[in-house]
Design a protein around this ligand. Structure first.
Ligand SMILES: Cc1ncc(COP(=O)(O)O)c(C=O)c1O
Length: 361
């Protein structure tokens, strides 16, 4: 399903950083943050330890805590929602769109209460959430936290004519560099971005014990810093990101062509005016286990995403929505199978996947 890239340039970057003995708090993390912000069009970006700590930090920076509600999609990776519990606030689960599997704006509207302080939008599988969510949050004075963990390189045309990238489609963006993601850093890693000047200093501070430049702790923070070695690898990976996303797109297009007129499988729909980052290519089927078994028999790895909606996982057993059925979430949980779409697939491997799709009855 995933094979991170590792080449001579990355190896040299990592070894050079180790040789320098500046292993933390150095020029590499600064350069990585700057380059990442430039790439996605955010005001600034701060490297951190992983996507989950980025989400926790984003909520803290937005001032979310006990008594507050945060609207989240249930159909996502678990940490998009447990971050809300970790700051003592209440996640309010909403359904997804039936076609693009991202948070459904109409459901967000209905879930709004006077206690709602923020929305966590997830660019699921690399597909941007609808641009109207941004306007909606602005109109209702809600902080929009962008879970871009799966969306490095995704873009979307906004109604005002601007093309915005993941990381600049909300107030605070959270990325993951887990090795399976569209780009990685040779270990765990994450990035916090922001489009708002009021959050810039706080974001940097929270990753460094909440300290101001003169080292006084002025907010609650922790050590969320990224190591210099990871940042130096990330810099090289970032310079390849656009090429890698294009390779993913080409593979996705081949799969979609192979699925035209298929009797039992549906290709994923792409939201108009967006550039999907194709972190995952999820095929929809009424019998996901049988599709997984078919690929298994051909020696091809697949994954079901996400068979248990977040709000129905044990950690939420005391949540009032634990037994609630969210219709589109339930359908997606019982029908999606991700097939390999990583940029590292060679032509022979890609063709094997195309053949596997076509031979499935
Ligand atoms: C949508 C989403 N959010 C958050 C995360 C958390 O990122 P990390 O694994 O780096 O903590 C992930 C990672 O898998 C993810 O896919």
């Amino acid at each position: 399903m995933a094979r991170p890239s590792w080449d001579e340039e990355m190896r040299v970057a990592a070894i050079t950083t180790l040789d320098s003995k500046q292993w933390v708090k150095g020029a590499q993390s600064k350069a990585f943050g700057k380059a990442f912000a430039e790439h996605c069009g955010a005001r600034s970006a701060t490297p951190c330890q992983n996507g989950s700590s980025a989400l926790w930090a984003a909520l803290r920076i937005a001032g979310i805590g006990p008594g507050d509600e945060v609207i989240v999609p249930s159909f996502t990776f678990i940490s998009s929602t447990t971050c809300v519990l970790l700051v003592g606030a209440k996640p309010v689960f909403v359904d997804i769109e039936s076609d693009y599997f991202c948070i459904d704006l109409e459901q967000v509207r209905q879930a709004l209460t006077p206690k709602t302080k923020a929305v966590i939008g997830v660019h699921l599988f690399g597909q941007p959430y609808c641009s109207e969510l941004v306007t909606f949050c602005q109109e209702h004075d809600l902080v929009l936290i962008e879970d871009a963990a799966q969306a490095h390189g995704a873009k979307q045309l906004f109604p005002d004519g601007t093309m915005r990238s993941a990381g600049a489609m909300g107030d605070i963006g959270c990325f993951s560099f887990f090795p399976s993601k569209n780009m990685a850093v040779g270990g765990e890693g994450g990035m916090l971005t922001t489009t708002q000047s009021k959050y810039e200093d706080k974001i940097f501070g929270i990753t460094d014990h909440g300290r101001s430049p003169d080292l006084e702790a002025i907010q609650l923070g922790s050590n969320l810093r990224m190591s210099e070695v990871s940042a130096s690898i990330g810099l090289v990976q970032l310079s390849n990101l656009d090429t890698w996303v294009e390779l993913r797109r080409q593979k996705a297009e081949l799969y979609t062509q192979a699925l035209v007129g298929h009797k039992t499988l549906n290709a994923p729909a792409i939201r108009p005016n967006t550039q999907h980052a194709w972190h995952q290519y999820c095929v929809q089927t009424s019998n996901p286990d049988s599709l997984v078994a078919h690929f298994d028999s051909l020696g091809i790895d697949t994954r079901r995403y996400y068979p248990i909606p977040s709000h129905q996982q044990h950690v939420y057993k005391d949540h009032p929505q634990y037994t609630e059925r969210l219709e589109n979430t339930a359908i997606a949980a019982n029908s999606l199978v991700a097939i390999p779409v990583m940029h590292e697939l060679n032509d022979v491997e890609t063709q094997r996947i195309v053949n596997a799709l076509m031979s499935y009855k």
